[in-house]
Design a protein around this ligand. Sequence first.
Ligand code: GLN
Ligand code: ZN
Length: 768
Amino acid sequence: MTTVNAQTAPGTVLGYPRIGPFRELKRATEAFWAGRSDATALRETAARLRRDTWTGLRDAGLGQVPGNTFSFYDHVLDTALAVGAVPKRFAGITDPLERLFAMARGREGAPACEMTKWFDTNYHYLVPELGPDTRLAPTDRKALEEFKEALRVGVTTRPVLVGPVTFLLLSKPAEDAPEGFTPLDLLGPLVEVYRDLLAELAEAGVDWVQLDEPAFAADRTPEEIAALRKAYDRLASAQSRPKILVANYFGELGPALPVLARTGVEGIALDLVAGRSDLDGIEGVEGLDRKLLLAGVVDGRNVWRTDLDAALETAQRLQGVAGRVEVSTSCSLLHVPYDLSVETNLPADVVDMLAFARQKVDEVVLLGRALAEGRDAVAEELDAARATRERVAAASRRKEEVRSRLAELGPDHYHRSAGDIRAKVQREALGLPEVPTTTIGSFPQTGAIRKDRAAHRKGEITEAEYDERMRQEIVRVLKLQEDIGLDVLVHGEPERNDMVQYFAENLDGFATTELGWVQSYGSRCVRPPILHSDVTRPSPITVDWATFAQSQSGKHVKGMLTGPVTILAWSFVRDDQPLADTARQVGLALRGEVEDLEAAGITIIQIDEPALRELLPLHERDRAAYIDWAVDSFRMCAGDVADSTQIHTHLCYSEFGEVVGAIDGLDADVTTVEAARSRMEVLGELGPGVPRGLGPGIYDVHSPEVPGEGELEDQLRAALAFIGPDRLWANPDCGLKTRGEPETVAALENLVAAARTVRDEVSATTTG
Ligand code: GLN
Ligand code: ZN
């Protein structure tokens, strides 16, 4: 292959965004789903995006371009389809695209595959379902087809597939699988399928294939590591196959590294950002001298410019160890936005800090040249990059007043009086009934609200007009709740586009992008704010809205905030200081907001932490420290409020496991969680573990179905088996933002009726 770019250097990236620089794939996919366009149009958009990615990466100078990084929905789903792991309920669908979307989104009588988080990222994959009778076989040839398609535009790609062991470790047993079956039981047959797929790729001229095994960045048992050895010994022994690159990312390979190094695979990609500790003792790892090592020194997970000098040094160190070294990203660039250069509103000093996917490719190419041709070949570029980094380091990232105020906060600022004392004071101060009813915060975001927000953004309506419309909406939603008969009201959050972005826009130290979209799942994209400097709160954020809402009702209206951990989890966070320090700064800003809300007469304040579990480190050994700072940053928000002020928190999931202790540590007066789908099972763990008010969601807000009154009563009775009526709250599972209004009103009416019935039952037993 002849290269078109004189600057081409050995080096690669492990993957690339696929949604399109302007979210073209999202638009095309949603148009197809809605029946506004056909499969041909969707396939055309997809083909254009693939071609632009391949040629773009080649023209940028990458020595090797990854292939098969495109996906209509999710690459784990694609792998399931490639090996024939189709759950029975979808087996009858013959059209491949239809079947793919049915597995992703469900259809009449065939619920979608479960979706869950891709390691500790904000990307979500579809969980493959396997049973002993799953007939694994090479099924669709997406990787092969895309390889050929790229060849036709003159680019030789390195097809990427999820590796067989990670695939199995991410799978779950099919519903009808017998007790005792685990997906790893299928390792033997699955590896044979991979051998067949690799043989086909080799025949088509594939030189290298990349098999991703990020599961080994998490804690793994000796049996699982043995499975890795077995799989790659077998794959490497195949007669006809491309060279194999095994890629690990999101952490270190640790004990799996020497095991992999002894197999016959030709290359290993190391994450030297999150998994830097793989460098320790790497000189002693046997077998690496015969391999290609990809030095993942450019962070694929975050948006910061690389320290090129340090990255180069790391890569050079590996040169003494490996047969050959090339530069790469630490993981796929799927997790960062496409291109910094299209942003028009970012301050210049912030731009200097950043590198998005396109810029990271340039960094890889530059480092690749330095590695191959010697540092002097690119001395000028390296000097310029260093100067930019130094300029940024000197810029206003630090705000001394934040640091000194944090230093002044002692442990007593994190501690309230004992929970039972507060409960007693609050019982008197708030005058709530037993089993009080409430909602999680947002109300249905009507078309009118979205239109107003868009008009406001475009400057079509004035700030005052916009405020006025939002106030009208708040009044309307409060009236709705009073008519329904709820006990503790919310203002409905109409003024918030997104619960994190809203705070990022109102705090200093954050930047927001115009086109910095990142795929969250399927066609859903998010635009994470960028937390780049010390965080401060220039002025109160929610206080006017909250006091206005409270002035419109005789009932308590909750003040509503997003907690520090969630703000961090859903942003790109600076990496020049520990996450814990940044969390404390956000906590300090929110602490000011809590104080102001309390001073303004708000008696119940909710601080949402739906992402508390998301940030839990992959390794057990790191978890206690994480929980410590996560809990501290939350507690400091409300550490000084009066006993009579009731602090609520909301968590967005129902599997608590390791975070039960952390939830208790938050020390909120009331914790609302998801529980409806598990029929209150979570209370077995939470009831004893979190000894204060609990609101297990009694209906699932993800479905438009209106729960019946009887069903809701049963949920409350089930909850009462675990905790007393003095601790139980009645509420939905989560915010109501994405629901329609009629079904919301009907559901809440039933919820209120159910709470009243159960309340009467309880008082009848206690008095009678
Ligand atoms: N208060 C937020 C809402 O109701 C909480 C959302 C969430 O848990 N993700 O929308
Ligand atoms: Zn929630």
